[in-house]
Write a protein that binds this ligand. Structure first.
Ligand SMILES: O=P(O)(O)OC[C@H]1O[C@H](O[C@H]2O[C@H](CO)[C@@H](O)[C@H](O)[C@H]2O)[C@H](O)[C@@H](O)[C@@H]1O
Length: 460
């Protein structure tokens, strides 16, 4: 047996599992289990131990992987079987590298490419609830459960948080390093809304942003081009934020509009409009109406029309009814192969199959602002949800700026830094504004001094 071949089994008390899709292309035992309690786990062992037969599970949520690198680390240490290997769980895959010496990549470092010396579990099989592959309802419900931190053991949580924070340090603690890295570059700000600018609440219609946060974002936009990138429909998120000087990308980036007030950063910002999924409008509307009707029988379910996508909220649905709700949604979506399902925080999100996401929206906005091929731009994206990972990934790929994940618990992420909650986001934004003001003041003071020197040196 080669010491470099290892297998990984994401497992749940209820079962689960997936294919190992890399070098060895072997299937993992889907019923592998470990000690009790609900919770995402990633088991590890020599590749040779894998059972080669077993049903394929089309789904494992990203959340199910959120503790896995750390769990894996501990397990690996315990087993003392692995001395010089690197284990990584990225958004695209679970990967075991065989040569690097550290367990995690340093902050802002790109994840290693796959496959090569890596064993990979492909993202498609892990992340999305792919209705077209005929996902089983159990898998859907597992994924819905995984999005609930209440299912995570608190002891594991604090251990993992301590290790996680080392690799995704607080953006507040690292403020100096961050501003140093941005020196001489144009910072462009991208802000998610729910869970980033406003706290998560039970009723999506009441996710208000505080006046203090609004004032902070207003100041921020004075100094840096600023965009709100949200899963909500653009009008709705605008009604919460109410700042006309910002760029807005609603419906997970499928509805982008420039500032109605115009912008000092772009000549013709008012006419900026991008709606790459417009042909899906009638279909999304139809699905919204059907889902509204069908889910009426499930107490607490809430269907939200986000124009180019639909959200089915289960935050207020009794867990015993989650299977019923998943079944209702699945039945409706069977009729719409051009729509796909993803998952956010206690929400099922239905959207067109087009290749457009928050990452694409970020790229589109940078291009519109004239920074497409510019080395001197420093985009900062702050978000809390799975859909924000697409934007974090784009930043890593560009090697510009960085992502900040808003989370109190360890999550697998492509972001470089973390903040715990919207109040920390506000503190970070305020510091950005203050630091910019200070540097501008210094700049003008120096310019004035220089002008005076020139004046003095001129003959009377
Ligand atoms: O991209 P975002 O701005 O973060 O939008 C993602 C979803 O956010 C909203 O739902 C979430 O926040 C609600 C209010 O706090 C909460 O009740 C819900 O459980 C969360 O999932 C919004 O309602 C969705 O339409 C967005 O897709």
């Amino acid at each position: 047996m080669s010491p470099h071949h290892w297998w990984l089994v994401p497992s749940w008390r209820s079962g689960g599992g997936c294919y190992v899709d890399g070098e060895q292309r072997r299937q993992v035992d889907t019923n592998y289990q470990h000690g009790g309690g609900w919770g995402p786990r990633l088991e590890v062992g020599p590749l040779e131990d894998i059972e080669t037969e077993g049903p394929q599970s089309p789904l494992l949520s990203q959340e199910a992987l959120c503790f896995s690198p750390l769990f894996l680390h501990q397990r690996l240490k315990k087993e003392k079987k692995m001395t010089n290997q690197n284990v990584m769980v990225s958004d695209t895959a679970i990967t075991v590298a065989v040569s690097n010496s550290s367990l995690f990549p340093p902050v802002a470092q790109k994840p290693p490419a796959v496959p090569g010396n890596y064993i990979t579990i492909s993202k498609k099989k892990l992340q999305n609830l792919d209705i077209n592959c005929g996902a089983r309802i159990n898998s859907w419900v597992d994924s819905m459960r995984a999005s609930s931190p209440t299912h995570m053991k608190s002891s594991a949580l604090s251990d993992d948080l301590n290790s996680w924070i080392v690799h995704h340090p607080s953006a507040l603690d690292m403020f100096e390093e961050i501003t140093n890295a941005s020196k001489g570059k144009q910072i462009v700000m991208f802000l998610d809304y729910d869970g980033t600018l406003s706290p998560i609440v039970d009723d999506p219609d009441r996710a208000f942003m505080s006046d203090a946060m609004r004032a902070t974002v207003r100041k921020l936009a004075r100094y840096f081009p600023t965009a709100i990138v949200s899963g909500r429909c653009r009008d709705k998120v605008y009604s919460f934020v109410r700042l006309a000087e910002l760029y807005y990308a609603g419906s997970h980036g499928m509805d982008i509009k420039g500032p109605s007030k115009g912008s000092k950063y772009m000549k013709d910002a008012q006419s900026l409009l991008c709606q790459p999924a417009s042909e899906f409008l009638p279909m999304v509307d139809e699905v919204y109406k059907t889902l509204l009707e069908v889910t009426k029988s499930t107490p607490g379910a809430k269907v939200e029309n986000n124009k180019f996508c639909v959200s089915v909220h289960f935050r207020c649905v009794d867990e015993k009814k989650w299977t019923e709700l998943a079944q209702q949604v699945k039945t409706v979506l069977k009729e719409y192969p051009k729509l796909r399902l993803t998952q956010g925080r206690k929400v099922l999100e239905i959207r067109p199959t087009i290749k457009w996401d928050k990452g694409k929206a970020l790229e589109f906005l940078l291009e519109s602002l004239g920074y497409a091929n510019c080395a001197d731009v420093f985009p900062v994206y702050i978000g809390d949800d799975r859909t924000d990972e697409d934007a974090f990934k784009v930043l890593r790929k560009r090697g510009q700026g960085f992502g900040i994940l808003v989370s109190k618990i360890p999550k697998e992420t492509n972001a470089s830094y973390s903040l715990q909650e919207p109040s920390e986001v506000m503190a970070f934004l305020r510091r950005l504004v203050d630091s910019k003001k200070l540097s501008l003041r210094r700049h003008f003071r120096m310019r004035r001094r220089r002008l005076e020197e020139i004046k003095m040196s001129l003959p009377n």
